[in-house]
Ligand binder design. Structure first.
Ligand SMILES: *Cc1c(COP(=O)(O)O)cnc(C)c1O
Length: 501
């Protein structure tokens, strides 16, 4: 780099290395940042456009991708523009179409274009959102986004917010605060005395909680024997009667984990009852609302999210329904002291906090990290309160539209009551000898082969289902109709040839 100057020899004890060839390994002096940024933008523009029209399921095999990426580590660095071209060429055949309108797999988000552009700025600025001093702008962006989120989701205004990679780490953060607080209430100081020797805690969790809840609990030192699984109804909701009974049987510090948005049915746990039970048992109530919590930003869905705000903590994703680019999740905790106590990172340089600026590290497990607040700030500004309500409301209406279309076809059953954006679909024909699991699997495989819409299967309550999530920002009625046509075509083919493999 031309700006690099050799230090005066007097400042070094040993001989200076010879100047020259060391710098030749970086050939990118010849490209300005402008050239690289423009080139990346050109590639990105082409790929974003292709995502609207191209088949959503990638074509490359594992072996293809290994061959494309493994071009050998060069001894001397490559030209930056060439690097970008090679990266795009290697990645393209393995990119999944989740930024497009025909994507209904798992529960994902579509990276809003304004969020993507803002995230480029965050990367270009190279800010470290560790503490206020490492990036005052990143710290205050988070502080402001935190207030907007709590307001939009109608949660207690005193709540603090940590910016995490996703709902997994957001729940981990919330449950760390829960663990600390329920122990503090029985006079145990977890931060000083540690988990070994601590009074046992009972964790009450629905038997259909998201798998990442069990991971988070494990990272926090909870094993299967510390968990009390609560039975669920046909929609996957916790049965409050079972919870009440099991709470009565335990006389220990308690944490209850509810779910706002079941991955198959979209259902919400009965939060008014859960909150009342948590109150009478002095339990901490945590809500896994990875995508479903956004229902609280939609006036017409208000009933669904009733009682959720009585909880103590909430995990919600930015990168799913809000369409913030990956990665983005929020850990929202009513008791800021419990939040900070659990996530405390202390060092001399962290204490020096000019003014009252936020130290992001106090609200999450990481120190150095990406400035996640910028993209979230940008998406919230780009959509606005009404834009978010419209987006989520539209997806829920489209889900009901799809359910009606599919239910008109004999043999197709939408097995969940569609209250949100998720559908669980089965294929059955009593006249055929083939069993429904087999038929459902064949229908899914056929839709995947058609590759006009992206879907995945799942197993729910021991039965195979086609799961549909309507969550991509650009999905409109025409895309849902295309999906319906693909599903019906696949089902009619399966029925016409029931014994084929
Ligand atoms: C997606 C999801 C998670 C995990 O969230 P990540 O953002 O992938 O970490 C947890 N719970 C529910 C209900 C989810 O849908």
């Amino acid at each position: 780099m031309s700006g690099k100057k050799a230090l005066p020899a007097t400042s070094l004890s040993g001989p200076l290395p010879a100047a020259g060839p060391a710098d030749s390994a970086d050939r990118n002096d010849r490209h300005s940042f402008e050239e690289l940024a423009r080139h990346a933008a050109r590639l990105a523009i082409a790929d974003r456009e292709a995502a609207v029209t191209e088949p959503p399921r990638p074509s490359a095999s594992v072996a293809d991708l290994r061959a494309l990426f493994d071009i050998g580590l060069p001894d001397d660095g490559r030209d930056g523009l060439e690097v970008l071209d090679r990266l795009a060429a290697a990645a393209r055949p393995g990119l999944i179409g989740n930024i497009g309108p025909n994507f209904f797999g798992w529960v994902m988000g579509a990276s809003h274009p304004v969020g993507v552009a803002a995230d480029w700025l965050a990367t270009a600025w190279g800010q470290n959102a560790a503490i206020y001093a490492t990036s005052p702008a990143a710290a205050i962006a988070e502080e402001v986004v935190a207030q907007w989120l709590v307001d939009l989701l109608r949660l207690p205004p005193e709540s603090s917010v940590g910016f995490a990679t996703g709902a997994t780490m957001a729940s981990f953060t919330c449950l760390a605060a829960a663990r600390s607080e329920v122990l503090r209430k029985v006079g145990y100081d977890l931060e000083t005395d540690g988990l070994t020797g601590a009074p046992p805690i009972s964790v009450f969790v629905g038997e259909e909680a998201h798998t990442t809840i069990f991971s988070g609990l494990r990272y926090l030192g909870f094993g299967r024997k510390n968990l009390v699984e609560i039975t669920t109804d046909t929609a996957g909701r916790m049965r409050p009667g079972d919870l009440a009974k099991k709470l009565d049987q335990h006389h220990r510090p308690k944490i209850i984990i509810g779910q706002a948005g079941h991955i198959n049915s979209g259902a919400f746990d009965p939060f008014p009852e859960l909150a009342e039970l948590a109150g009478s048992h002095h339990a901490w109530l945590h809500v896994d609302g990875a995508f479903g919590l956004w229902a609280r930003a939609v006036p017409e869905l208000a009933e669904l999210g009733e009682g959720v705000d009585a909880a103590d903590s909430w995990a919600v994703d930015g990168h799913k329904w809000l369409q913030v680019p990956y990665d983005s999740g929020f850990a929202i905790i009513r008791d800021e002291n419990a939040h900070k106590r659990a996530m405390d990172t202390t060092a001399s340089y962290i204490a020096e906090n000019p003014g009252d600026g936020r130290n992001p590290t106090q609200y999450g497990p990481e120190l150095s990290r990406r400035a996640r607040g910028f993209a979230a700030w940008a998406v919230l500004q780009a959509l606005g309160r009404n834009g978010i309500a419209d987006l989520i409301g539209r997806h829920c209406r489209l889900a009901r539209h799809l359910a009606i279309r599919l239910s008109a076809e004999p043999g197709i059953t939408v097995i969940n009551q569609v209250a949100l954006n998720q559908l669980a679909i089965r294929f059955e024909d009593t006249g055929l000898q083939a069993d429904a699991d087999l038929l459902t699997g064949r229908v899914v495989a056929d839709i995947q082969k058609q590759n006009t819409s992206f879907v995945e299967q799942a197993v729910w309550k021991g039965r195979r289902i086609l799961r549909v999530s309507i969550i991509s920002a650009s999905t409109q009625e025409e895309h849902v109709d295309r999906l319906a046509a693909s599903i019906i075509r696949a089902w009619r083919r399966a029925k016409a040839n029931p014994t084929a493999r």
